[in-house]
Design a protein around this ligand. Structure first.
Ligand code: ADP
Ligand code: MG
Length: 898
């Protein structure tokens, strides 16, 4: 640290005094102005802050805030230094500190805060850490660091747990308390890592077996992460304090083992805060077409790093602590690299050597640059350590000149919005279908009822009419008969009388007969009238029935009208659905746009979020609805397949992802598949699985391969190009369930090819399928189950034809436990395939023993009894009864398969 002195003797001291003190208290708003040499730490000039990476990122500028804390004299100092005055004098109200040079001269330094030996832990938290915690909650990265000689109170300031005395709690505990108070457990999350950095090795204090963690840097966003570090979600204060205690215990154990003191290592607490932002009205105004539910939730991610640095005293280069020179260098490497970076940043140097140490690499996204940073430097009062105290103060002075460019880390949670929309859409479709079915049933019922009523009425009318007609026919026949008989009798009588009686009598009798006949005639006339009345009555009835028939018809036509209305309604709903789909598309488009803008404007990598906006299958469905389909096809025509394929190797990852999406869309249509394969598209897609590291590309490419793998010729091609190993590798590295689903779907298709069985298995296809069950997403499991069922079917066929002998390769590869476990899976696509797989496997005696010991027999019995699908039930029953081994075992268990 040769330049320490040059700073001390240079303009630094005077600078800090003469610069405007009023601006300091306002924290990040300003930086100290520079009087000597015209060095200015302006953020706009090239290659300045830690962020060579972030130099053109728009944001809020600020400065590293530095407080100095003086420790009270300890017992030893009280006795041995009793005669000496303290070497420092604090003037908290002026935010100044005087460091005595000798009895008559002192240097004065100005800080953002000067904390006396009486400063409470609460106040220290409030001035040093609280502003950083607040900005972490607002979505910035932030760092709080303590720097100073061993024994001056760094750990006291940061790490005290305050078990016995809550007022003694340090910054870590208080920061977590504030964070917990500000987040809502349903939507937000906090997770914590706790690390130790010693001799350029990072150890995990939450899991001591993790003793050499590596640092990863996102090349796009510059975000730093430690993929191997234990990350524990914190829900309440007690569990966090327990974590700190555990970390401390591990730190102690590790240091004992390494024979080091904790003062030589850096302790680093990392707190990741993910916070959902409540909807802000008036924003998103340009997207008024989006309904309220369309607004994706905004998530802010902030990272708080609290660093308890190793003691700043220089250790003896000769290695007096029992270290070799190399070790001694390495022990201090991170701390001196931090100093160098701060110097470079403070001096606006074009090169900031962040890569020189693990500590500076780890702090790259959290110190200076784009984060809010607070440094507390701790000093003791003893004149014996004046040299160390002075160098600590100079360190703080230089850090005050480091400029921050704050960058908010905010992103839209498109994934959850898309999920929500999907769910809405699906339930709308289902609801619509239910309503339609109920309505059709109702109409059908009414129609049948009406028909039945009509035919009943018609029939009873016919019956009654017929009865009446017969009755009157009979009656009139009878009357006519009677009349005829009477007429005949009369004629006979008249003939007789003419012979027997004289002319006189004849006239009298004749008139009597006539009267009688008249009576009869009148009677007849009455009867006839009555009959006519009856007939007209019946006619009326007929008219009435006819009328009711017309009303029945009117009802039917009314129902028909309602049906038409319903159809119309359904069309409208369908329109709405397609509108929703369009909006989804629009959203994904907007997302792409936003991302592009963000990438241009902020340098934020959001590819991950956008790419998985919708599942590839849905993307394909959408892509093929309406316009999109047209545009893809047009693109296909205009640009030409060869050109699109060549874009798969484009430099720009964006172009690549778009190209692979286009190919995937094309591959969804059978007519394009041959062309794609002919043009070498399959080979390109397969090679993307190895050449690209972007999971979005993997997912879309796997989806396209799955589509191509539906065709037998392509299946052979895929296999011959090492497709199984590529897909297996992709499956191993993928986390996104949609990627896994696509890969599993592709393998499942290949599993259904009789000719490829052995090769598929030899190249690890079955193992890959089984590996994917680690992701418990039902869609993935359904594809795995389908693959297994396909494989079992082919195998069973081969066994029946005598091509295959020996045990099922599925059993050999250890699939049976999963199969048995999922025979009762509540998702029917998984269960059905597993049931089929079991039936296929059970058809061959060679498998019987393994199946019995693996518990599959019991599942088969259950299938044969309870399966809701009759064909599978019968298959299972038949399989069971035709296997002697199964029969024997069932007899032994006294089970009756029925
Ligand atoms: P460091 O971590 O810098 O090596 P520690 O935090 O371990 O120092 O402090 C050393 C000793 O000084 C501890 O016993 C601690 O309790 C005490 N100490 C430090 N700062 C203060 C303070 N502000 N008030 C009272 N005691 C303090
Ligand atoms: Mg300490």
């Amino acid at each position: 640290m040769a330049n320490n002195n040059s700073f001390k003797n240079g303009g630094v001291k005077t600078k800090s005094i003469s610069s405007s003190s009023s601006s300091y208290s306002s924290g990040y708003k300003s930086k100290p102005s520079v009087t000597s040499g015209g060095r200015r730490s302006s953020t706009g000039s090239s290659g300045n802050s830690a962020g060579a990476l972030h130099k053109d990122t728009p944001g809020v500028s600020g400065r590293v805030r530095v407080a100095v804390r003086l420790r009270p004299r300890n017992t030893e100092e009280q006795s041995t230094d009793a005669d000496f005055a303290d070497c420092v004098e604090v003037q908290p109200e002026l935010k100044r500190l005087k460091l005595r040079r000798n009895n008559w001269d002192s240097d004065t330094f100005e800080f953002d805060e000067v904390l006396t030996e009486f400063a409470s832990q609460k106040r220290v938290y409030e001035v040093v850490a609280k502003p950083v915690v607040e900005s972490v909650l607002d979505g910035y990265n932030g760092t709080v660091m303590a720097y100073g000689q061993t024994g001056t109170g760094k750990t006291y300031t940061l790490g005290r747990l305050g078990d016995e005395d809550t007022s003694a709690r340090g910054i870590m505990v208080r920061a977590m308390e504030d964070i917990l108070a500000e987040i809502s457990p349903e939507t937000d999350s906090i997770s914590v890592s706790y690390l130790q950095l010693y001799m350029e090795t990072i150890q995990d204090l939450l899991d001591p077996t993790n003793d050499n963690l590596s640092i990863m840097e996102d090349p796009k966003s510059g975000d730093i992460s430690l993929p191997g570090a234990t990350l524990i979600e914190v829900r309440d204060q007690p569990s966090f304090v327990e974590l700190l205690r555990l970390g401390e215990a591990h730190r102690f154990a590790a240091n004992t083992k390494l024979n080091t003191e904790s003062s030589r290592s850096h302790a680093i607490l990392m707190v990741h805060v993910k916070k959902c932002v409540k909807e802000r009205d008036g924003e998103n105004g340009g997207k008024a077409h989006m309904s309220r539910t369309m607004k994706p939730p905004v998530v802010r991610k902030g990272k708080l790093i609290v660093v308890d640095l190793a003691g700043s005293e220089r250790i003896d280069k000769s290695g007096s602590e029992g270290h070799t020179l190399e070790e001694a260098k390495s022990i201090n490497l991170s701390l001196s690299a931090l100093g160098k970076c701060i110097n470079a940043l403070a001096e606006n140097s074009s090169h900031v050597p962040v890569r020189d140490s693990k500590l500076t690499r780890l702090l790259r996204d959290s110190f200076g640059g784009t984060a809010r940073t607070s440094l507390v430097i701790t000093i003791g009062p003893s004149p014996r350590h004046r040299g160390e105290t002075s160098s600590t103060i100079m360190f703080g002075q230089r850090a005050m000149k480091v400029e921050n460019m704050l960058k908010i880390k905010e992103e839209f949670d498109y994934k959850s919005l898309a999920r929500k929309l999907d769910v809405q859409l699906e339930s709308l479709i289902a609801e619509h279908e239910r309503e339609q079915k109920a309505y059709q049933d109702e109409v059908q019922k009414i129609r049948l009822d009406a028909k039945k009523q009509m035919s009943d009425a018609e029939k009873s009318y016919k019956d009654a009419f017929e009865k009446e007609r017969l009755k009157y026919q009979r009656e009139s026949m009878e009357s006519i008969k009677k009349l005829e008989v009477q007429l005949a009798a009369n004629q006979e009588k008249q003939g007789d009388k003419r012979v027997k009686v004289g002319f006189k009598d004849e006239g009298v009798r004749g008139s009597a007969e006539l009267i009688e006949a008249k009576k009869l005639l009148q009677n007849e006339i009455l009867l006839r009238k009555a009959a006519e009345e009856e007939i007209s009555n019946l006619r009326n009835q007929v008219v009435q029935w006819k009328r009711s028939e017309t009303t029945g018809n009117a009802e039917i036509s009314k129902l028909q009208k309602m049906l038409e209305d319903e159809v119309h309604h359904r069309e409208k709903l369908e329109e709405e659905i397609s509108m929703l789909q369009n909006q989804l598309l629009q959203l994904s488009f907007d997302a792409d746009e936003t991302r592009k803008q963000l990438e241009i404007g902020h340098g934020v990598d959001m590819t991950g979020e956008m790419g998985s906006l919708v599942s590839p299958v849905r993307q394909q469905q959408m892509a093929y609805s309406g316009e999109q389909k047209g545009s893809v096809a047009k693109l296909f025509e205009q640009v030409g397949l060869q050109k699109i394929l060549s874009l798969l190797e484009a430099e720009d990852p964006d172009v690549r992802i778009h190209a692979v999406k286009v190919i995937a869309n094309l591959a969804a249509e059978a007519t394009n598949q041959e062309k794609i394969v002919e043009a070498g598209g399959l080979t390109s897609l397969l090679s993307l699985l190895t050449t690209s590291e972007d999971e979005n590309i993997h997912r879309v490419a796997a989806g396209a391969i799955a589509n191509l793998a539906m065709n037998e010729t392509n299946q052979e091609l895929i296999m011959s190009q090492g497709g199984i190993s590529l897909l297996a590798m992709t499956a191993e590295n993928a986390d996104d369930p949609q990627t896994l689903r696509m890969v599993a779907g592709a393998i499942a298709n290949l599993c259904g090819n009789d000719k490829l069985q052995l090769m598929l298995r030899a190249e690890g296809g079955i193992k890959a399928l089984l590996g994917m069950v680690r992701c418990r997403h039902p869609d993935v499991l359904a594809q795995v189950a389908r693959g297994i069922a396909n494989f079992a079917k082919c195998e069973s066929r081969a066994s029946t034809q005598g091509i295959k002998t020996g045990k099922s390769l599925l059993i050999e590869d250890g699939a049976l436990p999963w199969i048995v476990k999922n025979a009762n899976n509540e998702a029917s696509p998984i269960r059905r395939h597993v049931e089929l797989a079991l039936c296929h496997m059970a058809q061959h005696e060679v498998n019987a023993k393994d199946m019995i010991s693996g518990g599959a027999l019991w599942e088969l019995v259950k299938i044969s009894r309870d399966c809701s699908r009759e064909d599978i039930r019968i298959l299972a029953r038949r399989t069971l009864s035709s296997s002697p081994t199964f029969q024997l075992e069932l007899k032994r268990l006294r089970l009756n398969t029925g």
